[in-house]
Design a protein around this ligand. Structure first.
Ligand SMILES: Nc1ncnc2c1ncn2[C@@H]1O[C@H](COP(=O)(O)OP(=O)(O)OP(=O)(O)O)[C@@H](O)[C@H]1O
Length: 672
């Protein structure tokens, strides 16, 4: 038998055994398995063990008994009852206790601080239970040093293992968050699918039987259980102040309820009843939105008691942070989708293709048919017949309706600008290119590009357009990377393209590219009583805008509308009605109110000569500006709103007329 305490050689041998075991990183169990026999050897113990307290209970982690040959009494130790009271006493005091033949060395590691930030864990509470040799008077100081060495090695192993566990947890949470994000990106994703995925992840990672998200309906003071819980898959609603979940909501603090050892009144058994579940353990954490407000509670439940501790709170809180982001993103997506759908509906309603004439009915039917395809469409018709209206009508009936509708007037663009306008340019690609600019083709991606007045496009422009239509990709001016574009093209012209092709002013190959389907709009004068339908539509529209009662068109007005030749087509009619809505006051409109000029003649001048007005400005430049505005207005008026004709009257190119109007501060659009 050894002396009362260990020798220096024993101490060195034990230190070497500890160093060797630590280097192997065998984990807590491996360390105990290797070092308890070494400690027993060094101190000539009959048995040595580690007991620890987990979730309120003492349990023996490891127990080493010296073989019977070395210690005849040792074999009996296996059945010896542990001095539980003394163990608890040693742990409570945090100091070793001797109660011969037992020596009890508490082993308590505060992992929260030791393991670094982010690892909040219940302290590891344990006790080395050592049975001293027969006749021992008690341990000596150097024996204590050996125990300290063992405890330090165990602490290190525990910290390492918890760090690894934490890293695994965080990786799982990140993987789960990425999965949720993918779910959200799917066009068909809905709230229920996302919430179910989130709850499933929590069930799996917390190894629990059920997880639920309770979203707070603050207005109704209710918590709504999601995904749909309970009988008939109906959402479960509970008062927002009931049970542990209510506690979490009011305190914004995580809560654990651990069955047997906890206050039964904290649990809302109504939830159990509707789930047909017997909750024995529960952990719940707040769901906090991006602005810091609590938007709900995330809970996990188990049939078994004492299942949850701080590490579950930590894990569920991590999940909850990502879940809150996903839930808010889903809500934002839903509200954006709803407002987009509303806008698309409004936009579609605001450009109806009005008309019951058989030609218009046929065009509408063909438009509906072609809307279901991605075919290129060529719309033919005189100015103002509604070519853009028809293009929008096709767009809003197509699958592309949620994408953009981009209209480009090809005639308004000089050739040098056309390429940059349609295909964009890179910064610095020419003198004025101060920034990178996205072209109309890219802007229209996912939607429809309406190329108006395509017959007026220059030869260079036509060649470039053809290339893009064939390759379905654009290269920005000054760039080299081809950018693929997913665009449906609808082109329109009022020009006789076949004649332009004969005169070699329009490329035949481009014509075939554009003319996959062609739709022709008749002039308004050929549409019979559609004039009255359209007049009525514009009357309603403008009177609503101004806020005046809608006047009726009397017999003379109707006759005048039906017999007018409408050289400016629907645009001219719209301008006429707009003017009447602003200038007339009665509840009935007559032919005289309409002031329709005979074909080819000048309308009764509605514009007073500038010089005769009392408010004529003194400044020469201002009166010149006003004169130009009036002169342009008159030209447009005389042309029935037909800008090409108005430009010709003014001896200007159409694009120059637009530019001049912008320069003068005039509105460029329909309400001229
Ligand atoms: N069938 C229709 N129903 C309702 N409004 C119409 C219709 N046709 C044309 N309009 C209205 O007439 C005006 C001119 O229509 P739009 O711009 O579509 O004609 P366009 O043929 O494209 O003209 P341009 O050749 O000058 O570009 C617009 O204000 C449009 O709202």
């Amino acid at each position: 038998m050894k002396p009362d305490s260990s020798s220096t050689e024993d101490q060195h041998a034990f230190a070497a055994a500890v160093a060797e075991a630590v280097l192997r990183e065998p984990g807590r169990d491996g360390l105990l398995a290797a070092l308890l026999p070494a400690l027993a050897d060094a101190l000539d113990l009959r048995s040595a063990g580690m007991v620890s307290q987990r979730r309120g209970h003492w349990s023996t982690d490891h127990w080493y008994v010296k073989p019977a040959s070395d210690s005849p009494a040792g074999a009996a130790d296996r059945g010896v009852p542990l001095p539980e009271n003394k163990i608890a006493d040693a742990v409570d005091r945090g100091r070793p206790q001797t109660s011969l033949p037992w020596w009890l060395v508490p082993c308590q590691v505060d992992l929260g601080n030791a393991a670094g930030s982010g690892i909040v864990a219940s302290p590891l509470v344990g006790c080395l239970v050592l049975r001293l040799p027969e006749g021992s008077a008690g341990p000596a100081a150097r024996d204590q040093q050996m125990c300290d060495l063992l405890i330090a090695a165990l602490s290190r192993a525990e910290i390492l293992s918890r760090q690894r566990h934490r890293i695994d947890q965080l990786s799982s949470v990140l993987e789960a968050a990425a999965r949720w994000q993918r779910t959200q990106l799917q066009a068909s994703s809905d709230d229920e699918t996302l919430l179910r995925r989130i709850a499933d992840t929590a069930t799996e990672l917390l190894d629990c039987e059920r997880a639920s998200i309770f979203l707070w309906d603050r207005r109704r003071s209710k918590l709504i259980g999601r995904p749909a819980l309970g009988i008939d898959d109906r959402p479960l609603e509970v008062p927002d102040d009931a049970g542990v979940v209510g506690e979490v909501l009011s305190t914004s603090e995580p809560q654990i309820w651990n069955g047997d050892s906890d206050d039964e009144s904290r649990v809302n058994r109504d939830v159990d009843r509707s789930l047909a579940f017997d909750t024995r353990s529960l952990v719940a954490v707040p769901l906090v939105g991006q602005r810091g407000e609590t938007i709900g509670v995330f809970e996990a439940i188990n049939h078994r008691a004492n299942q949850f501790d701080e590490s579950h709170v930590l894990l569920l809180s991590d999940l909850s942070n990502h879940a809150a982001v996903a839930i808010e993103a889903q809500r934002a997506k839903k509200s954006l989708t709803e407002s987009r759908d509303r806008l698309v509906r409004d936009a579609a309603r605001s450009t109806p293709l009005i008309g019951e004439h058989p030609d218009i009915v046929a065009v509408r039917e063909n438009a509906t048919r072609v809307a279901g395809t991605d075919l290129t469409v060529l719309v033919l018709g005189s100015n103002g017949t509604g070519k853009e209206v028809l293009a929008r009508h096709i767009h809003y009936q197509s699958e592309r309706r949620n994408g953009p509708f981009i209209a480009v007037n090809c005639a308004a663009l000089v050739e040098s600008l056309l390429e940059s306008e349609l295909f964009g340019h890179e910064k610095g690609s020419f003198t004025d290119a101060n920034t990178t600019r996205i072209g109309k083709f890219e802007l229209a991606s996912g939607g429809t590009l309406f190329l108006d007045e395509v017959g007026d496009m220059s030869a260079g422009g036509q060649a470039k357009l053809l290339r893009v239509l064939e390759q379905k990709e654009v290269v920005r001016v000054g760039g080299s990377l081809p950018i693929s574009v997913d665009v449906r093209v609808i082109a329109a012209t009022n020009q006789p393209l076949d004649r332009l092709i004969d005169e070699r002013r329009f490329r035949e190959d481009l014509f075939f590219r554009l003319n996959v389907v062609s739709l022709s709009l008749p002039d308004l004068a050929q549409r019979g009583r559609d004039v009255l339908l359209l007049a009525d539509h514009f009357l309603q529209h403008f009177c609503y805008q101004i806020g005046r009662r809608v006047p009726v068109l009397n017999h003379s007005a109707q006759t005048a509308l039906l017999s007018h030749p409408w050289p400016g087509n629907v645009r001219e009619l719209r301008n006429t009605i707009e003017r009447v809505c602003y200038l007339s006051t009665g509840n009935e409109l007559s032919a005289r109110d309409l002031e329709l000029r005979p074909a080819g003649g000048a309308s009764k001048s509605r514009v007073e000569p500038l010089s005769s007005r009392p408010d004529t400005p003194e400044s020469l430049s201002e009166s010149t500006r006003l004169f130009q505005i009036e002169h342009i207005k008159q030209a447009i008026d005389k042309s029935g709103g037909n800008m090409t004709e108005a430009a010709a009257r003014l001896d200007l190119h159409r694009s120059n007329l637009y530019r001049k109007m912008k320069q003068l501060g005039m509105q460029v659009g329909d309400d001229l």
